[in-house]
Design a protein around this ligand. Structure first.
Ligand SMILES: [Zn+2]
Length: 111
């Protein structure tokens, strides 16, 4: 399906690459803590930042089928599903509106 393939390409390549690069490994011959194989940061929530960022981007851009496949493959964990962008009623961290007016042409093209 055309729409399906469109949504498939919305996952940024860097996010897919970071998810592959930043993998956990156990220190002390498998008895120690989990650490990131790529950057050496501790693993888990708020540990390896590039990986968390990539997981968040993946969840926000991937289709449902992609997410399911990534979960099965182990690229994304159940823990990552909680990383999804939070809705803040206060509007904190919202992107500022651009100071430049959007040209009318762009609105016509979107329709
Ligand atoms: Zn890492």
């Amino acid at each position: 399906m055309a729409l399906d393939s469109l949504s498939r390409s919305t996952v940024p390549a860097w996010a897919k690459i970071d998810l592959q690069l930043h993998q956990p490994y156990r220190t002390w011959l498998g008895f120690g803590r989990l650490r990131c194989d790529w950057c050496g940061e501790r693993w888990g929530r708020h540990g390896c930042h590039p990986r968390e960022s990539a997981a968040r981007h993946f969840l926000n851009t991937a289709s449902a089928a992609q997410q399911e496949a990534a979960l099965l493959a182990g690229d994304i964990t159940a823990e990552d599903l909680r990383l999804k962008r939070r809705f803040r009623p206060s509007g904190a961290h919202r992107r500022k509106p651009s100071p430049y007016p959007v040209p009318a042409m762009r609105f016509q093209a979107a329709q």
